[in-house]
Structures are given as structure tokens and as C-alpha cells.
Design a protein around this ligand. Structure first.
Ligand SMILES: [Zn+2]
Length: 250
């Protein structure tokens, strides 16, 4: 019996998540990893039920796997981490069925919305396989929209993980005593992204650097906005689309 079980949405074959400005599978994997380590830091036991990289005949196999591992081991709450996608959509919503699940779902929604995301509220999870078939109270968090520039600009995995843990446990995550050299910085991946980066840094009134230089410098920034490249927080399919994506954040 664990305190918490949970899974990062998708991340296996043929169950892959939404793709927008960012990729849901990457976000859920990173975020669920952070949530687990923060829960463990607070002294809770956690079991990861995600079948990373495994192959199933159907998506149902992926969902059934998660439910089976959670039910075989038991916990007081099962947590599914997802990201939404829908043109024009933005904000957080959390699905639950039981009264106990709804109560936690409301707290998670509130904590995430405190970060600035629109609070879309608690929704009925009775049609969602994992939420429906896990024996314990279960919540499915649609943290934000991967295709919303507003949400993806705001998105910070650490802050999101802290909000989820606070919502679930009611406890603040013990902050590591990290010293930052600056609050905000704009980083750009390639030289093609430099003008978009200048535009963004001027708006944010903050410094800018090439991402590779920043990584080599050892400098620490609390909030990094990365223009273009594989780690880009604002990016398009090519440099022109990246430029446009930056423009759309104003
Ligand atoms: Zn999903």
C-alpha cells in the first residue's frame, strides 16, 4: 500500500499525447517525475504506474496497465498527469468522480490557477478509463494547454509540480535554498532566433543570451524563456514560425 500512485499520461505505443507548441508526452514525463520526487521529499511513498516506452495493441492496453498496477498495489490517491490541446483553450481543469477525489481536484485546480492559469474547474471523470476503474480516489489533471501560447509561456515545470503537491497534500514543498543570479532571462537557440529574442527581452525588460552560452556560464535564472530549439518554451516548426510564435505572445 502506497500513499500515492500515479502515471504520466501517454508515453507508450500506440498511446501518444497531444502535440502543440510543446509535446504532451515530454511535459507529463518531466512533471510527474518532479511531483514524485517532491512527494518523496515530504516523506510519502509513491508508485509510478506509467508503462514508459512499452507497446500495446491498443490505447486501451496502456490505460488497463496503469489501472492494474495501481489496483494491485493500492494507494490513498491515484494521480494522472495530462496536458490539454484545443484551439483557443487555455487553463487548468481536473477530473474526478468520487467526493474524496473531487475535494482534492478542487484544491489542485485552485493551486495551479494561483500560478496565473485560468481555472476551468473540476469536471466529471466518470468517462475517463483510469479515473473510473482505479479502486482508490483518482484525479486526472489537465495542467494546461500545449497549444496555447499563453499557457506555454507561463509554464514552468517546478512551479507546476509544487502547485500539484500543495494541492494534493496541503503541504508546501521545502524549497531548496537556490540562489538565482537574475529573475528573468530570454535565451535563444540559434542565430536565426536572435531578433525574436531581442523583441521578447525588450518587452520583458530582462537580459538575453544564447542558450548554449548561458548553459556554459553557470548562471542561474529563476524564469527562463527559451526562443526556438529543442528546449524552446516558445517555438515554431521553423525560424519564421518561431518568430511568429514570439509575436503572438504580446
Ligand atoms: Zn493526455
Amino acid at each position: 500500500m502506497y500513499d500515492y500512485t500515479g502515471d504520466a499520461g501517454h508515453n507508450c505505443i500506440p498511446d501518444s499525447g497531444a502535440v502543440g507548441i510543446r509535446v504532451e508526452d515530454q511535459l507529463t514525463k518531466e512533471l510527474w517525475g518532479l511531483v514524485q520526487s517532491k512527494l518523496k521529499q515530504l516523506g510519502y511513498t509513491v508508485l509510478d504506474c506509467t508503462p514508459y516506452g512499452q507497446s500495446f495493441n491498443k490505447v486501451g492496453g496502456s490505460l488497463g496497465y496503469r489501472v492494474r498496477i495501481a489496483n494491485e498495489n493500492g494507494s490513498k490517491l491515484h494521480i494522472c498527469i495530462h496536458f490539454n490541446a484545443c484551439p483557443g483553450g487555455h487553463g487548468v481543469e481536473v477530473y474526478a468522480t468520487s467526493a474524496a477525489g473531487r475535494e482534492v481536484a478542487q484544491r489542485v485546480c485552485n493551486e495551479i490557477s494561483k500560478l496565473g492559469y485560468t481555472n476551468r474547474g473540476v469536471k466529471d471523470g466518470s468517462e475517463l478509463f483510469v479515473v473510473k476503474y482505479t479502486y482508490m480516489p483518482s484525479i486526472l489533471i489537465e495542467c494546461a494547454f500545449v497549444d496555447s501560447a499563453e499557457d506555454m509561456n507561463r509554464y514552468n515545470a517546478e512551479a507546476m509540480a509544487n502547485a500539484i503537491v500543495k494541492g494534493i497534500t496541503g503541504q508546501e514543498v521545502i524549497k531548496e535554498s537556490e540562489e538565482f543570479d537574475m529573475n528573468d532571462i530570454v535565451l535563444y537557440f540559434g542565430d536565426a532566433d536572435v531578433f525574436a529574442a531581442i523583441m521578447k527581452a525588450q518587452r520583458m525588460r530582462c537580459p538575453l543570451m544564447k542558450e548554449s552560452d548561458f548553459n556554459a556560464s553557470g548562471l542561474k535564472a529563476e524564469n527562463k524563456v527559451i526562443i526556438g530549439g529543442p528546449n524552446g518554451t516558445i517555438k515554431g516548426d521553423d525560424r519564421f514560425k518561431t518568430f511568429k510564435a514570439v509575436g503572438n505572445t504580446f
